[in-house]
Design a protein around this ligand. Sequence first.
Ligand SMILES: Nc1ncnc2c1ncn2[C@@H]1O[C@H](COP(=O)(O)OP(=O)(O)O)[C@@H](O)[C@H]1O
Ligand SMILES: O=P(O)(O)O[C@H]1O[C@H](CO)[C@@H](O[C@H]2O[C@H](CO)[C@@H](O)[C@H](O)[C@H]2O)[C@H](O)[C@H]1O
Length: 465
Amino acid sequence: MSETASTARAPVALLPSLVPLLHEWLPRRRWFAGKGRPVTGFALVSATELLPVDTAGPGLLHLLVRVQQPGLATSGAAPGDCYQLLLGVRETLPPQLAPALIGHVAEGPLAGRAVYEALMDPRLASLILERLRTPGPIGPLQFHRTVSIPDGLAPRVLDAEQSNSSLVYGDAYILKIFRRIHSGANPDLELPLALSRAGCARVPAPVAWYESGAGRPDGATLGVLQPYLRGSQDGWQLALDALAAGRDFTKEAHALGRATAEVHTALAAALPTVTLARAQAQNVAVAMSRRLDAATQAVPALMPYVPGLRAAFEAVAELAEDGGTWRAQRIHGDLHLGQTLRTPGGDWAVIDFEGEPTKPLTERRRPQPPVRDVAGILRSFDYAAHSHRPWNADWAERCRDAYCSGYAEASGHDPRAERALLRAYETDKAVYEVVYEARHRPDWLPVPMAAIRRLAAQPSPDPLT
Ligand SMILES: Nc1ncnc2c1ncn2[C@@H]1O[C@H](COP(=O)(O)OP(=O)(O)O)[C@@H](O)[C@H]1O
Ligand SMILES: O=P(O)(O)O[C@H]1O[C@H](CO)[C@@H](O[C@H]2O[C@H](CO)[C@@H](O)[C@H](O)[C@H]2O)[C@H](O)[C@H]1O
């Protein structure tokens, strides 16, 4: 196919003519993290022509662009967040691609051409798969694969509101294209690769990926291709369906507990584990307390509950002081029901190992107590129960218990035995959710606030547990 002939020229001169278009378009993307602050400039990190852009046919431009915004935390020496863009360039945009239009270039070498979101153009989306099928370097980009991938798989872009962008190819593979780019290996590649090498089938194994600056400290994972679990449903929707039908969900919750434990056991075997002794455990408690302070500033409705919530963190610090220790390992880091998929065969799979995208990669890649993931799912059962009227607290409680039992059976560790730590992580997550909902979905704020009231009113955990 002629489109596979790619060039790796770095069309740096193109950026100035694209800036006015990006100014308008980029801040309105769902995945743009800097909403609410003006964009003051763009700096090009890299530009690669995956298909020449100065021809009449479609061109494909891969850009890494740093977006400058006032008050934005710096990452390393360079200020501003870095984003991955895949831009199509055509002389004339066919009508079916009109919704993909970003704008027309006013001046420079591409004057008059239409620039658009390339992922929505099947020709260009196919070309990206073609690059992954035939690995190797293209300019600063490096493409890898672990198995041979069939050609001719029809692409479709997933229209879910997401933190990243995903393309499904022939219902056989899904390519996640990371949008906000951080230097270093992305855990969403690193962990599924480690799990697949360890023989853990709970996580779709990466079959191809691409990165920039391979092997360099500023190198970064840009996209990962993995098998698409056709016909699977996510755990959040399944839980809501069960609630709506007045159905018990404990069998599913139990199986999900088992699946989580299997993933944790495989991660602990495949990657380093550590023991958190006094200083580190106290650091964990201090960090939780600091997040509570910051959250209370952002959402003053938390104020009356601060003493009760802080008690949960202090209990962990006290346990550490008394010589308590915790095992820590690589974990999912952002586990909730929406990150679980049940296949038509009834098996649970876990996806999206990126961790909390707002945190720096170094923090996300640090070993942490596995109960943190357990706490994430426990919060999710509570969320599901609260988002359905009437509130069915018993349903959530039964699911929470069944999940912990399943986890205990498969791992030999009952998360309920680490009562103080589990409560601290649940509290920390609920505090995070209050801020998240206040910012993104104010209608949902009562859900985590109900948990905040419950958690703040609980007596302090027995310091011996
Ligand atoms: N391997 C897969 N098989 C089937 N669907 C998937 C798979 N991976 C992701 N998805 C679907 O894509 C959606 C987004 O994936 P996710 O990894 O959570 O991306 P994001 O980081 O953008 O939230 C998921 O909610 C799920 O519905
Ligand atoms: O999936 P993301 O990494 O984008 O996570 C963010 O959005 C989630 C909502 O989509 C949010 O999760 C919260 O709401 C869920 C129901 O919609 C619930 O199942 C989770 O338990 C609850 O935390 C997540 O907190 C946020 O980081």
